[in-house]
Design a protein around this ligand. Sequence first.
Ligand code: ADP
Length: 260
Amino acid sequence: MPALYALKEVGFRYGLEWVLKGINLTIERGEILGIIGPNGSGKTSLLKILARQQRPVEGDVRFESTSLSAISFRGLAQRVGMVPQEHPVVFPYTVLEVVLMGRYPYLKGWAFESAEDHRIARASMERMGVERFSDRMFSELSGGEKQRVIIARALAQQPQILLLDEPATFLDLHHQSQIYSLLGELNRDEKMTIVVVSHDLNMASQLCRRLLLLKEGRIARLGTPWEVLTEKGIEEVYHCRTLIDSHPTTGKPRLTMVPD
Ligand code: ADP
């Protein structure tokens, strides 16, 4: 079976400067891949390439051995859900309407959403604990509430692959732990493939089977959390000292900052 994604020598730039260069990466079905790296190292750009929101300037991206650019947006949206870092909703939509947008890839022509679409949207809202906001205006929610609604919208797409850009940024500790548990659950119980950009190296370490560490648009390291999260590796990329030991309950690497 071909890899889910296969990227070969992918390079990308917005202007003159390369933001990604020489990216070779395969993503297998059913894995949880974490993309980490300092600010500006190209994490979001890479995720946007996987979501087909940006096209690589050079190199090749295959999705199940078909060129990603040859797959229709609608076809891809039935398979791939994206939770972006920013979610500007400029029009006055209610939470339910925003979550129902996740059903658009399945609507035929200009048809309205069916009872089944509403059922799926409600179930997604329940899963994210936002059903009580259903009739509220999306624009009036807090950052963390908006984030959970956007994740509910992605779940309503019923994707096999979920791409998330810093999904826990606006969330308090309880909701952070809820979202990471949910990602683990979706992967374990529904075999969903998950690619998550995260600043939280400890969370990424606990959740992800593989980590990709970017440095200035290039892959600095790619491997298991123990292979990627080394004191030397982190110092080279982040220019700061850390202490890395084994998490007492999970046995995965745990990072502690060491002040200079
Ligand atoms: P990260 O997610 O690791 O912070 P990004 O992929 O967002 O990195 O950004 C990589 C580089 O591309 C940064 O230098 C950033 O300033 C630049 N960049 C990001 N988005 C744009 C854009 N829309 N136009 C021009 N430059 C951009």
